[in-house]
Write a protein of this length. Structure first.
Length: 488
């Protein structure tokens, strides 16, 4: 019942949103819908693990062997919580942003939320694919209609990458479906299929699925769509892409790839891990040279997601739990970074670091909140980023799935140093030092903006100081996935 409501609320309210012809009404309607969705997710968090409210399974496409099967376990619950928490924060933080045909903008945002939640709760492969596309289609329109000057080129690149990935994934899903014992798209049938197909088949089908997920994360060298799309998208859409939508790729590997094709996952684990660490170093070095705040955060995100993907292929309990927790943490932290960037761009009309400076003197509230979010982004102890990255590195270092675990740990560890360098450099240049003619007229942020960033800081500190609840939430899910990856 709860997962069904999570899909229906933003889906129905999004469709109704197209009928609203007032920007104020559309904005309020979207916020109300997102708050109701958040309340439903919190009910799911509070429900018992074996509660029937957390699952639904009804007939959908019986001739194809597909059912409308949805459910909430630790993995889907923590990502649903991230999605449900992010959208009202995004709507409140961008409350003063104005859009042409705003009712269409907010309706598409709600439809993308419905698709995202559907991806995270689906336990049927065809249903998962359906929601995967439902989440992506609204984003195409959001980026192409409300983006920057180069939005058409960026959106076209995004479309080509994601369309190719989705096509490969669909081919992989259909191939696996025809090799299931009961010709079913159910998660249970997919998890049992590895006993019916050869090891050599697993090694090539693996790439059909992985490329789609790698594009969405994104992993080097399939990352080139991301910085341009983030830069050219409206900030609210960039927040959705960066904080939530990249988690679709990580989620897909954990839910629909590694347990389904464990031999393929093992066979290509070192190759994928090598791509991850190359991408992490590359993105961190590029971030050091960025003058545009959006592009700096975009490359920073590539490095953080690369570490999470690396930990998945470590096939270690600590690492897998760390991935699940860090998906939530990264979403919260990067959302805070995007909100600050939006506030700066809205006030000064620029995102260039070289044109800013001394904001802490004029906007101390913004400076304090940004520093706290940025320090969480570089995994300072007692912030949420620390517990997540500690588990990730522990999982990679203690991995028995590769003989290069120490090398991967050391090289990946360099990104912590690089991350601290470009983050602290950004803070120093934007918020400290001397003011200039542009920043001299700066004013501190409004109450709604302080409230949103305050909520994010509370989550950062709460999870960092007391991570017990999120560890408990993800423990069973991590063990469940790893048990099905036990291919040795």
């Amino acid at each position: 019942m709860i997962p069904v409501l999570l899909i229906l609320i933003p889906l129905v309210t999004g469709l109704i949103g197209f009928l609203l012809k007032s920007e104020r009404a559309a904005r309020g309607w979207a916020l109300l819908s997102s708050l109701v969705t958040l309340v439903v997710v919190l009910c799911g968090v509070g429900a018992a693990k074996d509660s029937p409210l957390l699952h639904a399974n009804v007939e959908w496409l019986p001739d194809l062997g597909s059912r409308f099967a949805v459910g909430l376990d630790g993995l889907s619950l923590i990502l649903s919580l991230l999605t449900a928490l992010s959208f009202p924060l995004i709507f409140i933080a961008t409350w003063r942003d104005s859009y042409k045909r705003a009712w269409n903008f907010y309706a598409l945002m709600l439809l993308s939320q419905a698709g995202l939640l559907g991806v995270f709760v689906a336990t049927d492969a065809l249903l998962f694919y359906f929601f995967w596309e439902l989440a992506l289609i609204p984003v195409y329109f959001l980026c192409s209609q409300w983006g920057g000057e180069r939005r058409i080129a960026a959106t076209f690149k995004f479309f080509v990458y994601t369309f190719l990935g989705s096509l490969l994934m669909l081919i992989g899903i259909i191939w696996i479906y025809y090799h299931t014992a009961d010709h079913s798209f159910s998660m249970e049938s997919f998890y049992a299929v590895h006993t019916r197909i050869s090891n050599s088949d697993q090694t090539w089908v693996f790439w059909l699925m992985f490329v789609a997920f790698a594009i969405k994360m994104p992993i080097w060298p399939l990352h080139t769509w991301q910085p341009d799309t983030y830069e050219q998208s409206p900030t609210a859409t960039t927040m959705v892409l960066s904080a939530i939508m990249v988690k679709m790729g990580l989620f897909g590997v954990i839910r629909w790839l590694a347990p389904v094709l464990p031999v393929g996952t093992w066979a290509w684990g070192d190759t994928v891990s090598t791509a991850c660490v190359i991408g992490m170093i590359y993105a961190s070095l590029v971030a050091l040279k960025q003058d545009d705040l959006k592009r700096l955060v975009a490359y920073s995100s590539i490095a953080h997601v690369g570490l999470m993907c690396l930990a998945i292929f470590a096939t270690d309990t600590s690492g897998m739990q760390g991935v699940m927790i860090q998906m939530f943490n990264h979403g919260i932290n990067i959302l805070g970074m995007w909100i600050v960037i939006d506030l700066i761009e809205r006030q000064f009309g620029t995102r260039k670091i070289s044109e800013l400076g001394g904001l802490a003197k004029k906007a101390p509230g913004l400076a304090i909140l940004l520093v706290l979010v940025a320090l969480a982004n570089v995994a300072l102890p007692l912030t949420n980023g620390f517990i997540g990255e500690f588990l990730l590195f522990t999982g990679v270092f203690t991995s028995t799935a590769t003989q290069y675990n120490v090398v991967f740990t050391v090289v990946a560890g360099l990104t912590i140093i690089l991350g601290a360098m470009y983050t602290l450099n950004m803070i120093q240049r934007v918020f400290f030092g001397k003011t200039n003619a542009l920043t001299e007229r700066a004013v501190d942020i409004a109450m709604n903006e302080k409230m949103v960033l305050g909520v994010i800081v509370v989550v950062i500190v709460a999870v960092g100081v007391y991570p017990g609840p999120v560890l408990a939430m993800t423990k069973d899910a991590a063990e469940f996935i790893l048990a099905r990856m036990a291919y040795k």
